[in-house]
Design a protein around this ligand. Structure first.
Ligand code: G6P
Length: 615
């Protein structure tokens, strides 16, 4: 999704703006731009469609270099208006105000009509330009840039993360946040803003995380923050644990590939300090988790994308093992329903970024419906909107995930959900000590099992060629493997642009079997579980319709190899908890290699964003 970077420094800011934009590219974008205040306090702007590289080339091609000490920059993911130069940020009003914006101003049409009557003209189709005009208009009545922003902001409904500069106040940036993440970086040579800490790691590790409603005045030697009511507020400075090197490719060709292979370590890190003496440390979910889990009579999970698929796996675990009712719903639906939310509900949000707008809003809606619920977020992002809004937090320690298609964030979410299941099960005595030990031993085996699964890469790579000219694929699984099949289908869609659907294998005969012919590859997951016999007969049904099949199995499942059917043993002796995590690996590898064959942009697939911070 859109990215913001900016700074007030005693050095030229342009190189840092470009570096920041490059680091933000992974979030998804279709155009980019930057603006600096030059020495004589005039705006100098450059904007390009496509990659940040195009903006760099645009800057290099100029006779006159763009440089200055104050600047803001943006990568845009189009919402209102196509990806064109005119729609790219920064936007300017009357040569006095320029800004970059993440989010959506919902009442922009109304504001635009009003501004047209005031003599403002528009050069873009965006909802952002009205913000610039509104601030410019407010400047006529105010004596500072910050008071102008405070006044203008009262007219906006919607969400925003803003970086604002003015030629009339050339020593400052104003940052404002409401629903779109924004941090202030405190550096040696100046102060900075960004929508994601990653953009600023080369200049600082010290960050202030703005809260919704905050407006900050950022000067080279001073940062002043006000809340929405105009009260001066003190926000703590936090030291980021992110390392710059973690965001580099190293020896890999793609971030997705790197992140697939990082999974053994990511799982190890997520488990570390969360288990002691074969028991899950419930305090890993927060100090009040013990009481909250004890009290919980049902679980409601809300998430989007891959995180939603992880939630679907957890439903099976929580109901089968912990014996607690569990519902799972996509956040974009949940937030607009009037769901029944009983007291004693543990409301769980799952989100890699902790910033997905629908998930954040679903949590806010849930709290309004029933303030007695306890909220838990499972996220990979400390200091995110979800961690701030939730009563309890569990951090997956996957490290930065740059590839848009989620891999290590998904499997570490499953690990977190397994720990949650184990905690609730043992508190509610739905499992005995021996069973708890069994689950914990399974979790400890995971890094080794993932490594074993990764060894199948060559074989999977050879199979990927079969998808070269295919338009569609079907993924089959039963129980938790249906959710994993959904994740496999999502991965294939996201990065290879092949239409893919996942079906519970038993449901095949009620419709999708009509689609099966030799052009429809079918990928099935066959763990050695109670449903194996049923799954084997489902596979026969598919086989007899002439499909080309790939079956990923537990070695002990012993699926009979047939013509036009590849059976790939992934590893052996998987249990209820370990199997869904391990069977995810071959599906990730398959979609990765299919995408390579198709020649798509693996890490930044078209139209997708890493973190969807708008509706
Ligand atoms: C986007 C990404 C997906 C991700 C989803 C939820 O759509 O492209 O990969 O699963 O958002 O993101 P979250 O950060 O909430 O897990």
């Amino acid at each position: 999704m859109c990215g913001i970077v900016g700074g007030v420094t005693n050095k030229d800011i342009t190189a840092l703006l470009l570096e920041g934009l490059n680091r933000l590219e992974y979030r998804g974008y279709d155009s980019s731009g930057l603006i600096v205040l030059s020495r004589n306090n005039t705006f100098e702007r450059a904007r390009s469609v496509g990659k940040v590289k195009n903006l760099e080339d645009n800057l290099k091609a100029r006779d006159h270099k763009i440089n200055g000490n104050i600047g803001i920059a943006h990568t845009r993911w189009a919402t209102h208006g196509e990806p064109t130069i005119n729609n790219a940020h920064p936007h300017i009003s009357m040569n006095s105000v320029s800004l970059v914006h993440n989010g959506i101003i919902e009442n922009y049409a109304e504001l635009k009509n009003d501004q047209l009557t005031k003599g403002y003209s528009f050069s873009s189709e965006t909802d952002t330009e009205v913000i610039a005009h509104e601030i410019d208009f407010a400047m006529k009545a105010c004596s500072s840039l910050i008071s102008s922003v405070q006044l203008a902001i009262k007219s906006f409904s919607g969400s925003y993360g803003l970086g604002i500069i003015s030629s009339k106040y050339p020593n400052q940036i104003i940052a404002a946040r409401n629903g779109s993440p924004l941090v202030i970086g405190i550096g040696k040579n100046g102060n900075y803003i960004a929508s994601d800490q990653l953009a600023l790691l080369s200049v600082t590790k010290k960050f202030i995380f703005l809260e919704d409603g905050d407006i900050a005045e950022i000067k080279i030697d001073k940062i002043t923050i006000y809340d929405l009511d105009g009260n001066l507020v003190d926000r703590p400075i936090k030291i980021s644990r992110l390392k710059l090197g973690e965001t580099n490719l190293g020896d890999y060709d793609h971030f997705m590939q790197k992140e697939i292979f990082e999974q053994p370590q990511a799982i190890r890190d997520t488990l570390e300090s969360r288990i002691s003496n074969d028991t899950v440390l419930i305090s890993a979910f927060g100090y009040e988790a013990h009481e909250a889990f004890n009290k919980a009579k049902q679980v409601q999970i809300v998430a989007c994308g891959s995180s939603y698929n992880a939630g679907l796996v957890a439903k099976y675990w929580l109901e089968d093992i912990a014996k607690i009712p569990c519902n799972v719903e996509v956040a974009s639906e949940y937030r607009y329903r009037r769901p029944i939310l009983l007291n004693d509900t543990l409301f769980v949000t799952l989100s890699q970024s902790g910033e997905t707008a629908d998930t954040v809003e679903a949590l806010k809606a849930a709290k309004k419906i029933n303030s007695n619920i306890t909220s838990l977020c499972i996220t990979n992002s400390p200091e995110s909107s979800l961690t701030r809004l939730s009563d309890l937090t569990f951090l997956t320690h996957a490290g930065p995930e740059i590839g848009v298609a989620s891999t290590k964030a998904f499997t570490t979410q499953l690990v977190a959900l397994a720990l949650l299941t184990c905690s609730i099960s043992s508190l509610k005595k739905s499992i005995n000590k021996r069973q708890e030990r069994g689950i914990i031993h399974g979790l400890k085996r995971l890094p080794g099992l993932v490594n074993e699964a990764l060894l199948q890469e060559k074989q999977i790579e050879n199979l990927a060629i079969r998808f070269k000219d295919k338009n569609s694929a079907l993924f089959l699984g039963r129980g938790t493997m249906h959710a994993i099949a959904m994740e496999g289908a999502l991965k294939l869609k996201e990065i290879s642009y092949i239409h893919a659907e996942a079906y519970p294998a038993g449901e095949l005969k009620h419709g999708p079997i009509a689609l099966i012919d030799k052009n429809m590859p079918v990928i099935a997951i066959a763990p050695n579980d109670d449903l194996l016999v049923k799954l084997k007969s489902n596979l026969q049904e598919v086989k007899s319709r002439g499909s080309q099949m790939i079956v990923f199995e537990d070695e002990n499942s012993k699926v009979q190899q047939m013509e036009a059917m590849e059976v790939i043993p992934v590893t052996s002796n998987l249990g209820r908890i370990t199997a869904p995590i391990i069977f995810t690996i071959p599906l990730q590898l398959l979609s990765y290699h299919v995408a390579l064959i198709k020649g798509t942009n693996v890490d930044k697939p078209r139209n997708l964003a890493k973190s969807v911070t708008v509706e």
